[in-house]
Design a protein around this ligand. Structure first.
Ligand SMILES: *Cc1c(COP(=O)(O)O)cnc(C)c1O
Length: 360
């Protein structure tokens, strides 16, 4: 068996130690004589798994008491609709900041429910930055302000937050949750599909301030109502049990890495190595403004798109996989989430230098 260096944007690499533990526990979980996949979600064994995962997530993110954690399904894409369905509360308008593909999709979906004020956009510069806070035009009557903390495709990330936001701040953190410490109290709602930095696909984590629960209109289906899920401890129907269990193993692994402070240091080092290699070369280029570069998704281009195929083939031969950039951006993209070890980045940087020497 050999494992590759996997730079997939999502579903993405999981920590090897987590997969090994899941393998050990696969056929007989903790003496139950069955796999977690085969258990009732109402069983004592699974309820322990679920509660431990939630407690560990609360500890990792230092989630305050007045917030509720939900383990849902439907991906971040379902949250694009659930957020307006639950938070508009009669208001006609919501503010959105457009920083790339995922914000764009959130804006489009919200448009089905309300008037969307695009408070700021970097579209004219091809989504290469976060628009300066001084240029944001927030509406006085917005029900909430939505941002995407890390644009997975464009590789643009918020490294701080604007001050003085009056309405609840909602963040799509699908691709950078748990990559660094954050102040949860600055947000009204945080959501993230699991398959980038939490666990396998099929699970979506929502962290919501409790006063924002219970505002869905009467026409909202119960499966799309945060209050229903909160009331039922995320077990209003059968939850994605195995994904929830694996997320719990990832949270436990993260605690062993020194929590978010610990993993954040590693992430900064990984990103610094990769951007350092790009900036030091006359061959590779980063399309993103330096101050907004993502520490999770690193797009870069070669001097001539004709070289892309050869670059990818040689990388693949060295076990460096899933480096092809998104079709909307072109070039390469290395996703270096928590579970991508530093030696994978070292191997990539080494290969990039070799390829440059050969081709430049
Ligand atoms: C992947 C991703 C999504 C979409 O997630 P699904 O789980 O496929 O719905 C949304 N937003 C961001 C930032 C993402 O990275």
């Amino acid at each position: 068996m050999s494992r590759v260096h996997n730079f997939s944007a999502g579903p993405a690499a999981l920590p090897t130690a987590v997969l090994e533990r899941a393998r050990e526990e696969m056929l007989d979980y903790a003496g139950t004589g069955m796999s977690v996949m085969e258990m009732s979600h109402r069983s004592r064994a699974f309820i322990d798994i679920a509660e431990r995962a939630e407690a560990d997530l609360i500890e990792l993110l230092a989630i305050p008491d007045d917030y509720q954690v939900l383990f849902l399904q439907g991906g971040a894409t379902t949250q694009f609709a659930m957020v307006p369905m639950n938070l508009l509360n009669g208001a006609a308008r919501a503010d959105y900041v457009n920083t790339g593909s995922w914000s764009g999709k959130a804006i489009k979906e919200a448009g089905r429910f309300c008037e969307v004020n695009v408070a700021a956009s970097s579209e004219t510069t091809n989504f290469d930055r976060i628009p300066a806070y001084s240029e944001w035009s927030l509406s006085a009557d917005a029900a909430y302000l939505h941002i995407c903390s890390n644009e997975t495709i464009g590789g643009v990330q918020f490294h701080d937050l604007p001050d003085g936001v009056q309405c609840p701040l909602v963040a799509d953190m699908s691709s950078d949750i748990l990559s660094r410490p954050i102040d949860v109290s600055r947000y009204g709602l945080i959501y993230a599909g699991a398959q980038k930095n939490i666990g396998p696909a099929g699970l979506t984590v929502v962290i919501i301030r409790r006063d924002l629960i219970g505002r869905a209109g009467s026409g909202v289906p119960s499966m799309l109502d945060y209050a229903v899920h909160a009331e039922a401890g995320s077990m209003s129907n059968t939850p994605p049990t195995y994904a929830w269990y694996l997320a719990g193993l990832v949270f436990d692994w993260l605690k062993g890495q020194g929590g978010l402070a610990g993993i954040s240091e590693v992430n900064e080092r990984k990103a610094a190595k990769l951007y350092g290699a790009i900036d030091a070369s006359n061959f590779y280029t980063s399309p993103v403004a330096v101050e907004n570069r993502s520490r999770m998704n690193v797009p870069f281009t070669l001097p001539d798109p004709e070289m892309d195929v050869e670059f990818l083939a040689q990388a693949e031969a060295r076990g460096l996989t899933n480096l092809k950039g998104h079709r909307s951006v072109g070039g390469m993209r290395a996703s270096i989430y928590n579970a991508v070890p530093e030696d994978a980045v070292d191997a990539l940087v080494g290969f990039m230098a070799e390829f440059e020497n050969e081709r430049a």
